[in-house]
Design a protein around this ligand. Sequence first.
Ligand code: HEM
Length: 501
Amino acid sequence: MSNDLHKLTNEVGAPVADNEHSITAGPRGPVVMQDVWLMEKMAHFNREVIPERRMHAKGWGAYGKFSVTGDITKYTKAKVFKPGAVTETFTRFSTVAGERGAADCERDIRGVATKFYTEEGNWDLVGNNTPTFFIRDVHDFSDLNRAVKRDPRTGRRSAQNNWDFWTLLPETFHQRTIVMSDRGIPASFRNMHFFGEHTFSLYNEANERVWCKFHFITQQGIKNFSNEEAGKINADDREFHGKDLFDAIEKGDFPRWKVSIQVMTEEQAKNHYENPFDITKIWRHKEFPLIEVGELVLNRNPENYYAEVEQSAFTPAHVVPGIGFSPDKFLQGRLFAYGDAQRYRLGVNYNHIPVNRAKTEVNEYHRDGAMRTDGNYGRAPAYTPNSEGYWSAQPEVAEPPLPIEGAMWRFDPKDDPTEDNFKAGGDLWRLLAEDKKAILISNTAGDIESVSENVKYRHAAHCQLADPEYGERFAKAAGLDYAKVKELAKLDNNGLIKATT
Ligand code: HEM
């Protein structure tokens, strides 16, 4: 900062003589309009709050670097993955349901968005600390958030709404199990893995495509809080996770994640036993092992929370040559949602804000708009094509074409014969050690306690479908009749909904 911040000026640089005493008509008289500095201060203050993110409103961020240690050039030509490459990054961690002032240690999934300032433009990976998601159709996304956020009548969060919505969509089962498990409240952002969740694509110099998933494996080890521990922390320090991250970085204890990918060929995807583009499904590590690519280290705290963390803006739409999207219909919806939200939240020129600005040359030829603060491309032509050759597209970076088959229709995944919403949740249950099973059951029974009995039965039937032991233990903990749970689990989804509404 070149200014001498010790000297107060007004908004256009003129010295301010007095910042404490309003100008009044006489020592006991009213304030006069002529105190223009007072008016400026009041007017600016009134406009200082911008809309919070519609979800993921509470968050913390840090800069870092991504270093490539493996070689995946046979899969991708992205320069960010060139062996030895080091790329500057900015990562923001968040909770999902809580508003800007919410406490950090809530039971919730954690968002993790990383901006890679690559030499080919910004690549944003906007993921979560779970390898899967609740839902898979964009239509359900606003409903999910309305169900987990505030009830329209009471203005309070509602376990009833939450569980009612979740249990009416059986595909949420795996994620429900993860959120209710010990991983539902991480001890810190440093002590959790995170994932891109969706299926993305990679393509190499020869324009050959593979499908891929991104994994970030914590090097600090997994640590979680119990409900009791989290309750105490929230009562004491609502910003606990933000402080933990900031303090660790400030004292040079830089958190690290190993970055790996899973790869599925186009051929494997065609023959896979589940829809590989369904975000509620995972790719099993035994079948698609992790391939190590590099390391992400967070090593610098922001200087100003509002400028760098609050105004940061990430979108899955920002990819670079060598990294692409996939037919995942949920991902497709996100490609629109983020930029749209940010144009509203930060304004149309939000990519000019320093934390969002690419470190490479940006020539997108957008013009004008509120808060255009650069040279607006001066006298260069505003249209294309133009005879001067400005703004020429770069066809050499085009993605390989993707053959698509089938009718345009509103497909219901329930009609897909490969559909199984309970296998992954059941596998997870069987993987858990006894103490973790007990935690999952007790967290679920506690969380669902105030919810109506019909919804409890719906969840119990899903647990039963995942694993009879899971069903029986949850039924017992929630005070339900297990014989009835077993009968309900024999019904198809429509039958179960009918019997429990
Ligand atoms: C169709 C589904 C989804 C839609 C429409 C959607 C939409 C949004 C919107 C509008 C925001 C606020 C953006 C802003 O104001 O800057 C947001 C934030 C976020 N979303 Fe999603 N989202 C979807 C699914 C997901 C999924 C599946 C993940 C994880 C894989 C995810 C991770 C995040 C994260 C981490 C943030 C916070 C980003 C930040 O720190 O600024 N979202 N989402």
